[in-house]
Design a protein around this ligand. Structure first.
Ligand SMILES: Cc1cc2nc3c(=O)[nH]c(=O)nc-3n(C[C@H](O)[C@H](O)[C@H](O)COP(=O)(O)OP(=O)(O)OC[C@H]3O[C@@H](n4cnc5c(N)ncnc54)[C@H](O)[C@@H]3O)c2cc1C
Length: 603
């Protein structure tokens, strides 16, 4: 059968050879776990994904979500898949078993996510969003809130949302107008209209728990006056049973270019003056609390990009092996020459290698950041725990923006590999491109991510965190230079790192000068080149690991797999990164043309 979902060998390579997941199982926090056990859990998740989730991808796109008489109905295929994910206890795998989690490392959870979430991202709104809502309650809620909500959210018995956006408050969340008025019993009356709320209403769970951003009457304007409230669709009684409806109504769903299985809802809170919410954390600290969830969600959205790219690549690869078209270049003048599978054509091989390079690089990056979450908790030295935390903070906007954009680009390239058939809905890749486009828009548009990267992340500790990041890349370069076969690639990457350092210096200084607007006009290209070099780092690291494995055992059964890793790294460093060099020169030039253009000159 064709391999249409990430190969275990690739997942195992990243887990155990690149990131040494086995080391984690020795830590007190994960005692009781073993490689054998984890392998079994991942294998089961992969089987479940192939049998129960992947088939829902096309079906849920075709059936779509319906909104009739105020009720949201989700495709039947997602009902079955959601039950399967819940039955397998795969909804909050890294959380404490006391609250319904599995207590697994972050790194193992992301490997499970590759199968359970990546196979149909629309489904994850109903299976995994409750985790984010629950996490905020775990971190900032009272004991009563935890008791009432946590287990039901982590196990996805109830689902969760994140409720920020309003018609006039999208990127500028601080402009929201939803209000909260304190009642005598300490609860708040919530009134307002929210739009674009993923899984805001549906018929999959018996309750939906909304974390809602609103402004308490009299609170300051802007971001400083925002609080966060837990607002259940149905009120929850003290014994955790479901109470009466809480005056939260879905008033419509969006018709969208993709993610047709995902309900994107307009919600009205308190239209009848009866919507009650409970304050989470302290007054006016809503944005800081929501950011805990947003950062997790941003990494998840980057992962949406990389996992969609992986699916698109594997579909295109399968098609390229089967589709017979055209003659081999060597025999194109021979009228009797047989037609060949398109995978044999050099240009198709170029497209496939380009896709593979981005898929493998992005997956390695997403897994690396996940491993940093574990390192932050388990590393034996304080310095390493800090470094891991810094890498998470620095790289979150890069993962979100870069992987969502390159994920889309890979899906578009998959359409190209299919030729005309790729453009039809008979084949799956056009859906993947439609579905993944949203990843560069929600959870903070990529423009906002780029501003965060330049405005906040680059300047962390006066640039020391960014320098430490370059240092981490340089460590891999130094080790790769020791291997004769990798010395040239290592040298090429080191030139890129030097150039990235120089680019960061120029744009960073400009951002703090009177040229700040010009700097921010170049923020997105700066994030883009940082992403390119980061993926180059991943590739050199992968090639180093594969070379070491081959040196240990040149005749091993996985020889072709390891050699493929090295060849993919060569492709990336020799064909993608030279272009990055040019892109960095452009950023360094701090072009202000987009800024000085008169508004009328746009046409
Ligand atoms: C399918 C879908 C699901 C969603 N799910 C949720 C959800 O579950 N919960 C939720 O709260 N929201 C959700 N959203 C909303 C989403 O997060 C917003 O659409 C997004 O934040 C952008 O806001 P906006 O659409 O108002 O665009 P705008 O903010 O109007 O942005 C338009 C353009 O202007 C740019 N821009 C805006 N401000 C600036 C600035 N200061 N500097 C530079 N550029 C700027 C943006 O980058 C963008 O390119 C969802 C949206 C969709 C389509």
């Amino acid at each position: 059968m064709a391999q249409l979902i990430a190969d275990r060998k690739e997942i195992d390579f990243i887990l155990y050879e690149l990131l040494d997941a086995a080391q984690l199982f020795k830590h007190e926090k994960f005692k009781g776990l073993s490689k054998k056990m984890v392998d079994m859990i991942i294998s089961e998740a992969r089987k479940l994904s192939i049998k129960e989730i992947l088939p829902t991808l096309a079906q849920s796109d075709k059936d779509g979500v319906r909104f009739e008489k105020g009720q949201v109905t989700v495709p039947q295929s997602l009902h079955r898949a959601r039950k399967a994910v819940r039955d397998a206890e795969l909804t909050s795998t890294m959380e404490d078993p006391e609250w319904g989690g599995q207590g697994l490392p972050h790194l193992v959870s992301v490997a499970l996510g590759e199968y359970v979430v990546g196979a149909n991202y629309s489904l994850s709104g109903y299976t995994h969003m409750g985790h984010g809502t629950g996490k905020m309650i775990e971190l900032f809620g009272t004991d009563l809130l935890k008791e009432l909500f946590l287990e039901n959210l982590y196990t996805a018995k109830w689902s969760g949302t994140m409720v920020l956006t309003e018609p006039e408050a999208g990127s500028d969340v601080g402009a929201l107008t939803t209000t909260a008025k304190k009642n005598a019993d300490g609860t708040y009356n919530i009134t307002g209209n929210k739009i674009f709320i993923t899984a805001g209403d549906h018929d999959l769970a018996e309750n939906i728990i909304h974390p809602v951003l609103a402004r308490i009457e009299g609170a300051p304007e802007g971001s400083a006056g925002i609080s966060i409230f837990i607002v259940p669709k149905f009120r929850v009684n003290k014994d955790k049973t479901i109470g009466e409806l809480n005056d939260v109504q879905c008033v419509g769903i969006e018709k969208k270019m993709g993610m047709h299985g995902s309900a994107t809802c307009s919600l009205s809170f308190g239209a009848n003056g009866k919507c009650k919410g409970v304050l989470l954390g302290r007054e006016n600290k809503g944005l800081q609390i929501m950011f805990h969830m947003m950062n997790e969600a941003r990494l998840s959205v980057g992962f949406q990009g990389s996992s969609a790219a992986s699916l698109a690549y594997l579909y295109a690869l399968d098609y390229a092996r089967q589709r017979i078209q055209g003659k081999d270049l060597a025999g194109f003048k021979d009228p009797n020459a047989k037609s060949i599978p398109i995978i044999k054509h050099p240009d198709v091989r170029r497209m496939l290698t380009w896709m593979k390079a981005h898929v493998d690089g992005m997956r390695s990056l997403v897994f690396y950041v996940s491993a940093c979450f574990d390192r932050k908790k388990t590393s034996t030295t304080k310095a390493d725990r800090k470094l891991a935390g810094d890498m998470i903070d620095l790289l979150t906007p890069v993962v979100k923006a870069y992987c969502s954009e390159k994920g889309f680009d890979v899906c578009v390239e998959a359409i190209q590999v299919y030729g005309g058939y790729g453009f039809t809905s008979e084949f799956p890749v056009e859906q993947l491109a439609r579905d993944v486009k949203i990843a560069s828009i929600y959870e903070g548009t990529n423009g906002i991510q780029a501003m965060d990267f330049l405005g906040r992340k680059l300047g962390m500790e006066k640039g020391a965190v960014f320098m430490n990041f370059l240092n981490e890349i340089n460590k891999v370069i130094a080790a790769a230079k020791e291997k004769e076969s990798l010395a040239l690639l290592a040298h090429a990457l080191s030139k890129q790192v030097e150039s990235l350092g120089a680019t960061a210096m120029i744009i960073g200084q400009a951002a703090m000068s009177e040229k700040y607007a010009t700097a921010f006009a170049n923020a997105h290209p700066f994030l883009d080149v940082t992403g390119d070099v980061t993926i180059g780092w991943m590739h050199l690291w992968r090639a180093l690991t594969a070379t070491t494995a081959l040196e240990k055992n040149p005749k091993q059964k996985d020889r072709i797999f390891y050699e493929g890793i090295i060849t993919t790294a060569r492709f990336y460093i020799e064909t993608v990164l030279p272009v990055t060099f040019g892109k960095m020169k452009a950023v360094q030039g701090l072009c202000d043309a987009a800024l000085i253009m008169e508004d009328q000159a746009f046409g």
